[in-house]
Ligand binder design. Structure first.
Ligand code: IFM
Length: 510
């Protein structure tokens, strides 16, 4: 059964608006001195009242702030069946004709399995002090359980050592979507056993790397891989089933609790969090119905996975919670509740939500279950992948999480934009729009920090152009350009700009 067409918009095409009066509160005394209108500040309102938004043109970040960049194993490593690596669901999915744009695969990707030294050199050239990368589960455990692949462990061990030597924090994501294929054959994430296999794998990685790695991300965007992989079918393993979506949701939440405890059992002092795809959800109009729809959208987009871990309950996203269908058992709520050390936020854009009409609800089971229509904002400029540039989204989201979850520690684990600028005749890549994007989003983040948000780091997505899932190599998010024929890497103008910001620990005037 497919859920509402509008859900298709959630992860990749949606956007919301959160132009709430509170979000536009006056700036604290002492901060306004360094405020100047920026380009973001000139954005037109998404609806109704004027949405003026002042951004600081200059801001000094706190000492010890992490200036990072992020990548993920399947998107960069390649070497898909080398040195004992097992097959992942992404290997299988990408090898299935028609699943990925232009028939691209991650078989070679950025060849980072062989070129990781060059990648660390890129990070150094950009003055990055935090590198967020992910571990490929089937490279470490080819079958998802049982035997360990020593060569896989060695690869990550060498990477971690080299990062530490370069004074770069290794920020390790344990799961970024590449489930071992044998576990999918056994039922995948909807199968409860996957949670205990995951906890075993977490413990294995903690034993292997925990003497040198202090900062861990349990999951990258559980909402994305469960939604896109099990409900919408656009990502591996390509299922389109409401039942699988609901079950996978719950098993991932159980895995998260079990994984957290497994990691802390080995490394009690480790900082352990999870990274969530987030997007502030704005009502399409001032009507009470759209306001309610925006809150429902928020529950589905932002807290569907956050509330189980932090509050031990599911949010009110659906008209009712099908507990038995989800496979919820007695004691589950307690075991999925976990005191994460930080919340990772991956943020790109906003969502606009509106209420379906009564007729739409009565005639469409899916809209009855989840009565919300969601889409992306249509006011700001679009990046090449079609996502609206809306820097205020970062401010709104960070402030909402800060308010609603009692000022948690936050890491911006991803923020970035797809612009496909290529090299000019001299080989230089003048990606001015990417500089603008990061500058404006960083300014919005600075404003949130000046208003009390406890943000410890910012990670640009991505260190380099890479395999963008179902979009293949058609979307370039990197601060460095990768020539996928020669595998040559070139730092783009945005990477050089980022290097200056990171070195000065300060966002200067444009
Ligand atoms: O490329 C992805 C990444 O794997 C997860 N977050 C969003 C990025 C851009 O779509």
């Amino acid at each position: 059964m497919e859920l509402i067409p509008s859900l298709r918009l959630t992860r990749r095409k949606f956007i919301h608006s959160a132009v709430r009066a509170g979000a536009l509160a006056a700036l604290p005394a002492g901060f306004s001195a360094c405020i100047a209108s920026s380009r973001a500040g000139t954005a037109a309102p998404s609806h109704g009242a004027a949405a003026q938004f002042e951004l600081p043109s200059e801001f000094s970040f706190p000492k010890g702030f992490f200036w990072g960049a992020a990548t993920a194993s399947y998107q960069i490593e390649g070497a898909w069946k080398e040195d004992g690596k097992g097959e992942s669901i992404w290997d299988r999915f990408a090898h299935t004709p028609g699943k990925i744009k232009d028939g691209d695969t991650g078989d070679i990707a950025c060849d980072s399995y062989h070129r990781w030294r060059e990648d660390i050199a890129l990070a150094r050239a950009m003055n990055i002090n935090s590198y967020r990368f992910s571990l490929s589960w089937p490279r470490i455990q080819p079958f998802g359980s049982g035997s360990t692949n020593a060569k896989g462990i060695d690869y990550y061990s060498r990477l971690v050592d080299a990062l530490l030597e370069a004074r770069i924090r290794p920020f390790v994501t344990i799961y970024h979507w590449d489930l071992p294929q044998p576990l999918e054959v056994a039922g995948g994430w909807p199968n409860r056993d996957t949670a205990s296999h995951y906890a075993d794998y977490v413990q294995l990685t903690a034993h292997a790397l925990g003497d040198r790695v202090s900062d861990w991300v349990l999951f990258n965007e559980p909402d994305s891989f469960v939604d896109l992989g099990y409900l919408e079918g656009m990502h591996a393993p390509g299922r389109k089933s409401l039942l699988d979506f609901l079950r996978a949701t719950h098993v991932v939440n159980l895995a998260q609790g079990a994984g957290f405890r497994a990691l802390k059992a080995v490394c009690p002092d480790a900082r352990v969090g999870t990274t969530f795809w987030m997007s502030p959800c704005e009502p399409a109009s001032d009507s009470a119905e759209d306001e309610l729809a925006a809150e429902r959208a928020h529950a589905f987009v932002n807290t569907w996975f956050l509330d189980p871990v932090l509050r031990g309950r599911y949010p009110n996203a659906l008209t009712f919670l099908p507990e038995r269908t989800m496979g919820i058992r007695s004691g589950d709520m307690e075991s999925m509740r976990t005191p994460l050390d930080f919340i990772g936020i991956n943020l790109y854009t906003r969502t606009v939500a509106s209420a379906p009409t009564v007729l739409e609800r009565l005639t469409n089971l899916q809209q009855w279950l989840f009565p919300v229509k969601m889409e992306g904002g249509k006011v700001g400029p679009k990046t090449d992948i079609g996502w609206e540039v809306w820097p205020k989204a970062l401010y709104d989201m960070v402030m909402r999480i800060t308010r609603d979850y009692d000022q948690p520690v936050i890491e911006i684990t991803e923020n970035g934009c797809a612009y496909n600028d290529g090299p000019d005749a001299t080989g230089a890549i003048h990606d001015i729009r990417r500089i603008d994007y990061h500058r404006q989003y960083l300014a919005a983040l600075a404003r949130a920090m000046s208003e009390g948000a406890d943000v410890r780091g910012y990670h640009a997505w991505s260190l380099m152009d890479n395999f963008e899932w179902a979009e293949g190599f058609s979307q370039r998010f990197g601060l460095s350009y990768v020539d996928f024929k020669t595998q040559n890497r070139t730092v783009k103008d945005s990477g050089k700009w980022y290097a200056r910001v990171a070195a000065e620990n300060r966002l200067g005037a444009a």
